[in-house]
Design a protein around this ligand. Sequence first.
Ligand SMILES: Cc1ncc(COP(=O)(O)O)c(C=O)c1O
Length: 393
Amino acid sequence: MDNMVRVSNRVKQMGVSAIHEMTRLSKEVDDVAFLSWAKPTADTPEYIKRAAIEAIDNGLVGGYSSPLGLPALRKEIVKKLTRDNNIYANESEILVTVGAIEGLAAAIMTVIDPGDEVIVPSPTYATHIRQVLLASGKPVLVPSNEENGFELNIEGIEQAVTDKTRVIMFATPANPTGTVFSEEQLRQVARIALKHNLMVITDEAYEYFVFDGKKHFSIASMPEMKMNAISCYTFTKTYAMTGWRIGYLHAAEQLIPEIQKAHIPLAICAPVVSQYAALGALQGAQDCITEFKLKYLAARDLMCERLDNLSEFLDYQKPYGSYLMFPRLLTAEGKKDSFSFCKKLLKEARVSTTPGIAFGPTGEGHLRMSFCVPPDMINKAFDRMDHFFKQEI
Ligand SMILES: Cc1ncc(COP(=O)(O)O)c(C=O)c1O
């Protein structure tokens, strides 16, 4: 008798996540210099924790909320979208979600049928590809222009549209490259979407972490995109609230009840204690965002400076957003197999990075490094890499 566990083809095709595999391997290494996780290392600010504690003490968090989220929170989100994203929304256009991730999953499930195509500029956040696969869709990867800082390949996107295309999906600022897609390029994406009646699903998790005068642009701020955009946001990065699992999405009023049909079986509602924390986050002073941003900017500059000293081995495009960068490996081994290279770097230099292949085939030959770490950690990792690479030649 065949005792193999039965797994769907949908899940089987996804393979093991290289990110989680590297995390597992990194835990086995003593005193590892860790550059592989894209999560804030700061603790959640005190005023946000206090809002949650107050809600707990007042007995407000034991039940479900409306699946759409707390009315007071949705009201604050509307104000934030107007103030910071130029999106003139109303509360009926907001759904509170379990992080950006659940919003993205619910959005994609709502708008595609099995076999539908989703255009994904690549390299990309691997979770987006997996979400499309879980919805039985087909991710169509369009390589971005690395030589121009991984900007969108507008022509490539246009050429990839077929009669099965339903969605264009991306993060801006982008993971793993840190690219901030320009308003001009996003207007081109909107033009393509409107011409072919496609939905644009955006992941704006890093919206506030944009440097050197670049501007974050939300495609949903274009009034003509009202029916063609679902925009996903999160408290995770902005307020260092990774573990609270709280985010939200904005979409046309008519779409919200449809997305809610996917959201309820996935989550019922976002964690209520986290909704109160999020409400506190939006109602309080916003100084922590600037503090985090300045820290990431200094860390980015330090990482670029250290990379400049390794220019024989690693080439990089300066990231203008997020807290991630995606240098290209110039060594023969690294070019071929980023996963083996990362494992070797971990074993021999005790530096943990993420293999580029985790971000789609166009990510091969790269490493993702996070600068969301203290400067000491960056220096420790690069001291070790200096030694490692110089031994290699
Ligand atoms: C582009 C991007 N989107 C979403 C997330 C996760 O967001 P959340 O914690 O809100 O689900 C991450 C985390 O690394 C990310 O890099």
